[in-house]
Each structure stands twice: as structure tokens, then as C-alpha cells.
Design a protein. Structure first.
Length: 191
């Protein structure tokens, strides 16, 4: 029978590394995908994921369970990513094409009923969205990734980013408007 996160955390806090390894295995895809969506580069996302788990391991004794383990972990990986972005703000953002050699990233599977032209347009839109996300300010990008791509609530995001609820909502609104402007060529305005 699988052990609960709470049991694994208690065992890991007592020094059981296998329990921490199991927590990592359970959350790796979500953590990596969050880092990838914020950073836009699989190598940087892998580095951020590793740094986040290292910080989590070193801080595990301080985890008191006032929030869920996943919320605590999202907060760590988001902070690691934002630190990385702030450190490279003076450098131009580049788009790295994802290959099959990259670590696993959640991707939408194409509709098998769609024709070749539809598949090309879908791929083009995904690429444009990825690039538009990378052009957002880091604090706006983090909110979009956590809300629209990870499905978190406003309250969870406010807790993860340590922001007032109103700030989360306004950043999400600004980010969505910026994305809408950048991606306006991909849909017709509603009448």
C-alpha cells in the first residue's frame, strides 16, 4: 500500500533518504514542468529542478505541514526559477527547440483526426505561446504558469508567491492581456 505524503515527510525528516526519494519521484514531473514553463529551456529547468529539490531536502526539517507538501515545493521551485531569471535579465531570451533527448515535459498530444495543416497550425501556436510566455515579466510569467498551466487557485498562488490575493489577480490579468496582444494573429476577435 502506498504511503501518504505526510508519512513520507515524517520518515524523511527522521533521516530516511528513500522516503525523500519517493517524494521526489511523485512530484518530479510537476516540478520540472513548472520550471520549464517559467524558464523556457529544458537544461535550465533541469538545473532549477535539481536546485529546488536540494533546497527542499535541506529545509525539510523546517517543514511543519501548515500547507501541503506540493504547495511548499511549488513555492521553492518558483523562487529558484525567479532567482535564475533575475540573474539573467540582462541576457536576451532564447528559444530552445525541444528534442526527444530532453527530459520529460508535459505536452499536448495532437488530435489524430486533425489534418496536416491543422497540426502545423497547432504546433505553430504552441511555439508562439512558448515564446510569448518567455517575453512576459518573470512575476507575470510565474502567475500564468501556476494558474493557467498548473491549475492552481488564486489562494494557492498567493501562498506560494507570498503575495496578497489582489496582486495575484492583477498580475494574472496583466499577463493575459500581454499574451492576448502578442498572440492576436492566431484568432479572430469576438464580435
Amino acid at each position: 500500500m502506498p504511503r501518504s505524503d505526510a508519512e513520507l515527510i515524517a520518515r524523511a525528516q527522521a533521516g530516511d533518504r528513500r522516503s525523500f526519494d519517493e517524494l521526489v519521484a511523485r512530484s518530479y514531473t510537476l516540478v520540472f514542468n513548472t520550471a520549464y514553463r517559467i524558464l523556457g529551456d529544458s537544461d535550465q529547468a533541469a538545473d532549477a529542478t535539481q536546485s529546488a529539490y536540494l533546497r527542499a531536502y535541506r529545509s525539510l526539517a523546517k517543514f511543519r505541514g501548515s500547507s501541503s507538501f506540493s504547495t511548499w515545493l511549488y513555492r521553492i521551485v518558483t523562487n529558484v526559477c525567479l532567482d535564475m531569471v533575475r540573474g539573467q535579465q540582462r541576457q536576451p531570451i532564447s528559444f530552445t527547440h525541444v528534442t526527444t533527448d530532453d527530459p520529460p515535459v508535459e505536452r499536448d498530444l495532437p488530435d489524430e483526426r486533425a489534418g496536416p495543416e491543422q497540426l502545423v497550425l497547432q504546433t505553430e501556436l504552441q511555439t508562439a505561446l512558448h515564446m510569448a510566455l518567455q517575453r512576459l515579466r518573470p512575476e507575470h510569467r510565474a502567475v500564468v504558469v501556476l494558474y493557467d498551466l498548473s491549475g492552481m487557485s488564486y489562494d494557492q498562488i498567493a501562498e506560494i508567491l507570498d503575495l496578497p490575493l489582489g496582486t495575484v489577480k492583477s498580475r494574472l490579468n496583466r499577463a493575459r492581456r500581454a499574451l492576448q496582444e502578442e498572440l492576436s494573429d492566431y484568432w479572430e476577435p469576438s464580435q
